[in-house]
Design a protein around this ligand. Structure first.
Ligand code: HEM
Length: 359
């Protein structure tokens, strides 16, 4: 019988070509599968295994983040200064949105928010809309389906959940202090006494007790998410004498709780003084005040969100005085109607004239 053998040149090779193919083909197949199944994830700073991006925060993470806040707030102030030169008005809602987007995207996604570059729109279309994101975040948390891709998905979810809420809080705060000149005056006096330098830092802000009361009162009267996301009961419970069966959908109305006349004195009025010397806080221990929800499902971005609001508002009332556009238009008459979207925002966007403050 004729022996089939390799051509002589192949026999001289230092390896067996057939055997190599036997190993190479499965390897190439697996490699291709891995590459083609790799999802197109949202951007994030390069991470290293196990610790992710922690190393990039440095040894003093609060100082690094104070990354970002300092630069972005300075950019906002410069933009408002430019408007002052022309004597025009600004739309603070738009500016707050851009600033909180930039702060959150730089801290969370590692990239600046650029509407033109398409980073954020492409992320939104990748995942399929904001409502879907919330549904999915809830689903993932409840079923504990955590996979390797989750850090990136969560980075993005954090970004979405963090930007609208913070800019909405800022818009309502600004509207309330324009409507209540007494509160604006007191807050500005405090900020300008505590800070007498070109940059307001977190140490200064921590001494601004009245400003913190103003922020609390804004979140009490205008929680950015007034109707908290629906949850379901796991077992049967008794509440107020009523039997609630398992799997009942529960929607908590934070606004109704925070303006309940049995708990709050003059609940519909904007009175930051109610929080002076009052230990009631929004950190989830006081169930009459829950703008960040409470318990295990409470907002994980609370500290970040509050710090962003504090640093933006302290700076813009330090550097500028504010008035309504037009002669003799009083802030007291400001329209406070609401419109409901992902968050509840002002129906008629705020327009204000900034005037540089000279000490
Ligand atoms: C003033 C600012 C903010 C307010 C008022 C706020 C409020 C809330 C509330 C009420 C919830 C709970 C929703 C619910 O389950 O019913 C929530 C969840 C969440 N927040 Fe915030 N938030 C703020 C800022 C932020 C920031 C800055 C971030 C991220 C950096 C963030 C990230 C999240 C995330 C990821 C969730 C979902 C948590 C989960 O899946 O259980 N939030 N927020």
């Amino acid at each position: 019988m004729a022996q089939q053998s390799w051509p002589q040149e192949l026999q001289k090779l230092p390896f067996n070509p057939l055997l190599s193919l036997v190993f190479l083909i499965p390897f190439l197949y697996i490699f291709k599968r891995i590459r083609s199944s790799k999802p197109n994830l949202p951007p994030s700073p390069p991470k290293i295994p196990i610790i992710g991006n922690l190393h990039q925060l440095g040894t003093l993470p609060h100082r690094s983040l104070q990354y970002v806040w300092g630069e972005e707030v300075e950019a906002l102030i410069n933009k408002i200064r430019d408007t002052c030169l022309t004597g025009g008005s600004v739309n603070p809602s738009e500016m707050f949105t851009a600033t909180t987007n930039n702060i959150a995207s730089r801290c969370i996604l590692g990239q600046k928010f650029e509407e033109e570059s398409g980073i954020i729109p492409s992320l939104k279309s990748t995942i399929g809309g904001l409502d879907a994101i919330f549904d999915q975040v809830i689903g993932e948390h409840e079923t504990q389906k955590i996979d390797d891709d989750q850090p990136n998905r969560l980075d993005f979810d954090m970004f979405v959940a963090g930007t609208d809420t913070s800019s909405t809080a800022l818009e309502w705060l600004m509207a309330e202090i324009i409507k209540n000149p007494r509160v604006m005056k007191r807050a500005q006096e405090e900020v300008r006494v505590v800070s007498k330098k070109s940059k307001i830092d977190m140490n200064d802000i921590n001494k601004m007790d009245y400003l913190k009361c103003v922020i609390k009162e804004t979140l009490r009267l205008h929680p950015p998410i007034p109707l908290l996301l629906p949850r379901e009961t796991l077992t049967s419970v008794k509440i107020g004498g009523y039997d609630i069966p398992p799997n009942t959908r529960v929607v908590t109305n934070a606004l109704a709780i925070q303006t309940g006349p049995k708990v709050w004195d003059r609940p519909e009025e904007f009175l930051p003084e109610r929080f002076e010397g009052n230990p009631v806080d929004f950190r989830g221990q006081d169930f009459e005040f829950i703008p960040f929800r409470a318990g295990r499902k409470g907002c994980p971005g609370l500290t970040f969100g509050v710090a962003s609001v504090e640093s933006v508002i302290a700076n813009i009332i330090y550097w500028f005085d504010w008035k309504m556009p037009g002669d003799n238009v009083q802030g007291e008459n400001l329209d406070m109607s609401e419109v409901s979207g992902l968050t509840v925002t002002k129906k008629i966007p705020l327009h204000l004239v900034p005037m540089p403050h000279s000490s």
